[in-house]
Design a binder for this molecule. Structure first.
Ligand code: BGC
Length: 713
């Protein structure tokens, strides 16, 4: 199926962890890396994750600083339900020790939402078998997953011993203190069913991990009884089957998680479905239907470029695996359900990058859930600001959070990357402009805008020297600079927030907010300072940017890239190299505030220094390059963003996928090559297709109406 599948052929041990990330599955409520079902003694990162279930790992830092959060929230590696210990004629099946592995093939079928792995092996004892394993995480019943594992002996009859298990004795690789995060409360089994009830330490999320096994030989249900292997945090159900040459044994395993402490309404029951003999086929059929409905709205078609086509589908697929919009308490972690890094927490990525994708492909309700997530956490954001010394209802949203509390503790990020507050306000504006849902501001958004404006009004300080308001000691989106003064992007978004909040207070006549306070916001906004270079005709990323040794990034030897893996942090900080769009992030958000010529000048000034070592960077530059009609550059940047994980540009895909930047990939197609933008409540397009694309088609929901767009070269 062309461009609908990701396929890898051949078994290479060095690719296992990388492919565990790429072939990950998720259904918005849970997800898992593509770990093997059978034992594997080679290098692997075991990972199953449940949305919203986290552990507050006690902060570990060299020097404690006042104001640091007490913990760093970790998305938990959850009890595993996919595992099968398999022995063939008494020998453990382990691809790391097999004498020969042939016909190894993985396929991620994005159209239908399943993952399959096949191989034939010779074990050290000489037994030869073929294996085919297919699994899915159901979209319809998002507590449920299913796998089908088939074994066929190829050279002689064999005895298969199989132990299908649940294991809650799992660890996080990134645990600060090497502790286990789960307490196992109950381990139970009966016939072919078993469950483990476990609770997270400290947070007390109670999760029931369950399994049900069905066995077949040559398609006929097998009535064998299981033996139990029960331990403190483990339950295995053992079966033994004798197989003739070429006879196929199949185990179907149904499993998943019920989060007993979830704020969600009870989920639809699938008990009856599981009691039918063709439960697996039924689930597969539903999966195809549910993915077909998603693709119906969100597919993007690019004629004339298979690489670009496959890549955008991979990105859209992963975004839908990560966030379904069904659960208001969930959000979008930068790695989704594909790895531990970034703790599965919420970052500014959601508002700055992800919102437009969900708004246009799923509609206003889902996008509203994302905004409500922040609204519901406003009290915590006010508390967070209070801890840092702000008063009067000022809110500072956390840079990283699970429940509204800040849970990141590097001072330059926690205290300084305050621009995140701006993105949260901008998302409200963006949502209302796109969906037309003005009531959102009246009912919820205004409270957030006011609290954010109060923060900026206190965070900006008056410089007697400049006779302007300045914002000191910040880190902009470019994390390769810390503690800078007057970061253009931060000052600009602060100015915009102050004005927008004041305007909305007037529109909705909130008399409780005193006129003097509004006047003060407008006064600060009016007198905000922006560093500017007359010589280059550009705003400077921050005070003193021109003092740097301004050699373009092209002067850095290839073997020294990425810089963060080769240079000392000190050297990076002193260099002019920009990790990700910073000043240009401002130009992206506020394109209509600047002329085409201003955009061109800024793009041409900053792009040569930008090393794009954040996955969130090339997409923004790609959109701007397309707006400037720089087709080739826009295309190169698009490939970099869309194939970042598939082609492992930053050599880190083994840690997990870059989910939030995948929404950026969508932006680079729809807002970049499609040129979509909203002016005066109307949707406009200014297409700029790469020369070799025959056509580009996509659909967007705008103000409740579906628009079908096709651009032809
Ligand atoms: C980026 C941040 C981003 C975070 C999570 C970092 O590398 O610099 O802007 O929020 O990754 O994606």
């Amino acid at each position: 199926m062309k461009n609908w599948s990701i396929i890898a052929e051949g078994f290479h041990k060095e690719d296992v962890t990388k492919h565990e990330s790429i072939y990950s599955l998720g259904n918005g409520a849970m997800g898992m890396r593509a770990n093997f079902e059978e034992d594997y003694t080679g290098n692997t990162l075991q990972g199953s994750y449940i949305g919203g279930v986290y552990y507050p790992d006690k902060t570990k830092v060299g020097w404690w600083k006042n104001g640091y959060p007490e913990y760093f929230a970790k998305v938990l590696n959850a009890p595993s339900w996919i595992g099968l210990h398999i022995k063939i004629n008494g020998e453990v099946l382990d691809l790391n020790t097999c004498t020969e592995v042939k016909n190894f093939r993985r396929e991620l079928n994005m159209k239908e939402g399943w993952y399959e792995r096949q191989f034939t092996v010779t074990l050290p004892n000489g037994a030869q078998i073929a294996v085919k394993a297919l699994r899915l995480l159901s979209l319809r019943y998002d507590e449920l997953g299913a796998l089908r594992y088939e074994i066929t002996p190829l050279s002689s009859e064999v005895t298969v011993e199989i132990e299908s298990y649940l294991d809650s004795g799992v660890k996080n690789n990134d645990a600060n203190w090497d502790e286990l995060f789960w307490n196992t409360l109950e381990v139970e089994a009966a016939a072919n069913n078993a469950h483990i009830l476990a609770a997270t330490k400290k947070t007390d999320f109670k999760v029931l991990t369950f399994m049900q096994n069905k066995l077949f030989v040559e398609g006929k249900a097998l009535e064998v009884s299981s033996k139990q292997n029960k331990k403190d945090s483990y339950i295995g159900l053992q079966y033994q089957v004798a197989l003739k040459k070429n006879q196929t044994f199949k185990i179907e395993k149904y499993g998943g998680y019920k989060t007993l402490s979830s704020p969600d309404a009870p989920q639809p029951s699938y008990a009856a479905l599981l009691s039918t003999t063709d439960a697996f086929e039924s689930l597969l059929k539903m999966q195809k239907e549910d993915w077909a409905a998603i693709w119906e709205l969100s597919d993007i078609q690019i004629e004339g470029d298979d690489k670009a086509q496959q890549a955008i589908r991979f990105n859209i697929f992963q975004l839908n695996q990560t966030y379904s919009g069904k659960h208001a308490h969930l959000n979008i972690g930068p790695k989704g359900f594909t790895g531990e890094k970034y703790g599965g927490s919420t970052y500014w990525d959601t508002e700055a990058y992800c919102l437009p994708f969900y708004m246009a492909t799923k509609g206003a309700e889902v996008a509203r859930n994302l905004l409500m997530y922040r609204y519901n956490q406003l009290d915590k954001a006010i508390e967070n600001a209070k801890k840092l010394g702000f008063t009067g209802g000022a809110a500072l949203y956390p840079m990283v959070t699970m429940n509204g509390e800040e849970c990141h503790n590097e001072w330059e990020i926690t205290f300084e990357e305050i621009h995140r507050n701006g993105a949260i306000a901008f998302a409200i504006y963006n949502y209302v402009r796109y969906t037309g849902d003005e009531a959102y501001i009246k009912d919820y958004g205004l409270e957030v805008l006011v609290a954010i404006a109060r923060f900026w009004a206190q965070r900006a300080s008056f410089s007697a020297e400049k006779q302007k308001y300045v914002i000191l000691g910040v880190t902009g989106p470019n994390e390769y600079e810390n503690n800078v003064n007057n970061n253009f992007y931060t000052n600009y978004i602060a100015q915009w927030c102050l004005r927008y909040a004041a305007e909305q207070v007037e529109v909705f006549k909130r008399e409780a907010i005193a006129q003097e306070e509004l006047q003060q916001w407008l006064h600060i906004a009016q007198n905000m300072y922006f560093p500017y270079s007359e010589k280059y005709g550009v705003y400077l990323q921050q005070d003193g940017f021109l003092d740097k040794d301004l050699k373009p990034a092209s002067a850095i030897p290839a073997k020294e890239r990425p810089l963060n893996q080769h240079w000392s942090w000190d050297r990076i900080l002193r260099s002019p190299y920009i990790k990700q769009a910073d000043t240009l992030q401002g130009f992206y958000f506020f394109r209509n505030h600047f002329t085409h010529e201003e955009l061109r000048k800024h793009y041409e000034f900053y792009e040569p220094f930008t090393v794009h070592e954040s996955s969130l960077s090339p997409c923004v530059h790609s959109v701007l390059a397309a707006a400037l009609d720089k087709k080739e550059e826009a295309y190169a940047l698009y490939l970099r963003t869309s194939r970042l994980d598939l082609d492992d540009y930053n050599k880190e895909v083994h840690e997990g996928l870059h989910i939030t930047s995948m929404a950026g990939t969508w932006l680079s197609i729809v807002e970049g090559f499609g040129g979509m933008h909203v002016v005066d409540n109307q949707l406009h397009f200014k297409p700029c297709l790469p020369a070799h694309w025959r056509s580009l088609s996509f659909k967007v929901i705008f103000r409740g109406q579906l628009h079908v767009c096709k651009f032809v070269n």
